[in-house]
Design a protein. Structure first.
Length: 469
């Protein structure tokens, strides 16, 4: 049976699963493993400068709102403030949610919660929604973030730009969850052990909004609600403006981000506001690459992608054309000619290396000098697959190769300090203990002792009886 609606009800989820659309293997372009490691590096400096600029501009615009109230100058003041508060916060929410902007996990989380509040998004629900969006991008009935659904309606799309409906729905959802009642989508997305957190977060957010309302009443001034909460509505158009370029008009139910996602060359101002998410195909293919390295990633893999749209206007022309066609034929999707990925959508070269058995049964995986700092190596040993690497402080480690959240190999991930990060949804594990340290992973990894003898690195697969040869 075809999936008839975009609603991520459990019935639709089941249909998508049966159709083989869920947790599929997605196409990846070839990229040099050393280059990928370089691009995955995190920089507190870069993220601090960019975030300070955004927050600094927001605060200055906020002062301007107060200083100009309610003269004609308050119109541009409020417009700028709202665009920064309720518009540019979306890309910060996104990047911090992946945990890739700052090297510091705490810094990512602080800005993530702040941006969630600015957008009226429940932090935990939206984390889980976005994990799903990355697992099953634009899979109908399974991806909760398909914003522009077919057949498109011009009136509905224009209405979205006002953010009156979208903002009201977000606010009502927070109120409902603050009251302890989770909606069906939240129940579908958020695991049971995290649902109390959803309620608590909603209560805190509603509490802060109520303080703004009380301040407005006491001060007899609209400024508190304009500055806190109201600007989510007033700046929401910018979220829609950028968001529509990501996937609108492209193909549904395909397993290749080159067919359902768009990269658009935008001007520097847009790129600052949107935090380089205009390189959206690249981001979906390699979510472990931080926003400041996406232009370089684009340079590395662009020959294997569909040509990027040369401007925001070009993207809108393409989208408007697709919307027109889809009103006549709802099944129309933008056809794209793709360059062939060498070896046909082969996975990233991750430095898989042959191994040999040592005299005591240990598995010799290579010379110690061949493991650089932050290096990861996938080693398949019979039926088992492990990942061997070196942390950024220089310790060698080995652990089971498959992420405990879904079947994705960690050898394609990144080493951040003493942790290994999954390439799919940025879960992290402590390299020394295997403990899961970042969502969405809950269970830890089995780790294996590593020794170095005569310059050779050996892994001791304790507890694994037969590994084949
Ligand atoms: S597969 Fe989801 S975090 Fe690893």
């Amino acid at each position: 049976m075809a999936i008839s609606s975009y609603d991520i009800s459990s019935a639709n989820t089941e249909l998508a699963r049966r159709a083989g659309y869920v947790d599929a293997q997605w196409a990846l372009p070839a990229i040099n493993a050393v280059e990928l490691r370089r691009l995955q590096r995190r920089s507190n400096l870069h993220a601090t400068l960019s975030t300070s600029l955004w927050l600094g501009l927001t605060v200055i615009a906020g002062f301007a709102v107060v200083a100009t109230a309610w003269s004609w100058w308050s119109i541009p003041s409020v417009a700028v403030y709202a665009a920064l508060y309720g518009g540019a916060s979306d890309s910060r929410w996104h990047e911090m949610g992946h945990g890739t902007a700052f090297r510091s996990r705490r810094a990512n989380d602080v800005i993530y919660y702040l941006a969630c509040f600015m957008l009226l998004r429940g932090p935990t629900i939206w984390r889980w929604s976005h994990y799903r969006h990355h697992t099953d991008t634009i899979i109908k009935g399974h991806d909760a973030e398909i914003a522009f659904q077919r057949p498109p309606s011009v009136a509905r799309t224009l209405w979205r730009f006002t953010h009156l409906q979208g903002g009201s729905e977000l606010l009502l959802r927070l109120v409902r969850h603050a009251g302890g009642r989770l909606d069906d989508e939240a129940k579908e997305l958020v695991p049971a052990h995290e649902r109390r957190r959803v309620v608590l977060e909603s209560r805190i957010m509603i509490g802060v909004l109520l303080i703004a309302v009380i301040a407005t009443v006491v001060l007899r001034s609209a400024i508190p609600v304009v500055l806190i909460g109201g600007s989510t509505f007033l700046g929401g158009w910018l979220v829609v403006f950028f968001g529509i370029t990501q996937h609108a008009g492209l193909q549904e139910n395909v397993f290749d981000h080159r067919l359902n996602t768009r990269t658009v060359m935008m001007n520097p101002v847009f790129r600052f506001l949107y935090l380089n998410m205009n390189f959206h195909v690249e981001h979906h293919m390699f979510p472990s690459v931080p926003y400041y390295s996406l232009p370089s990633l684009h340079g590395e893999i662009s020959s294997q992608l569909a040509p990027a749209l040369p401007s925001t206007w070009a993207a809108y022309r393409q989208i408007i054309g697709a919307f027109r066609r889809q009103q006549v034929d709802p099944n129309y999707e933008i056809p794209l000619e793709l360059p062939k990925i060498e070896g046909d959508a082969r996975p990233v070269e991750i430095g898989a290396e042959s191994w040999m058995r040592g005299p005591s049964g240990e598995v010799i995986v290579g010379l110690e000098t061949s493991f650089g700092l932050g290096e990861l190596r996938k080693v398949d040993i019979g039926r088992h697959s492990v990942v061997v690497g070196r942390t950024e402080s220089g310790s060698l480690f080995a652990c089971e190769g498959w992420c405990t959240h879904a079947k994705v190999h960690l050898g394609e991930g990144a080493v951040i300090g003493e942790e290994i990060e999954c390439p799919k949804h940025n879960a992290r594990f402590d390299c020394r203990t295997g403990e899961a340290t970042r969502k969405p992973a809950k269970d830890g990894l089995t780790t294996y002792p590593v020794t170095v003898s005569k310059g050779r690195v050996s892994v001791h697969l304790v507890g694994i009886d037969s590994v084949g040869s």
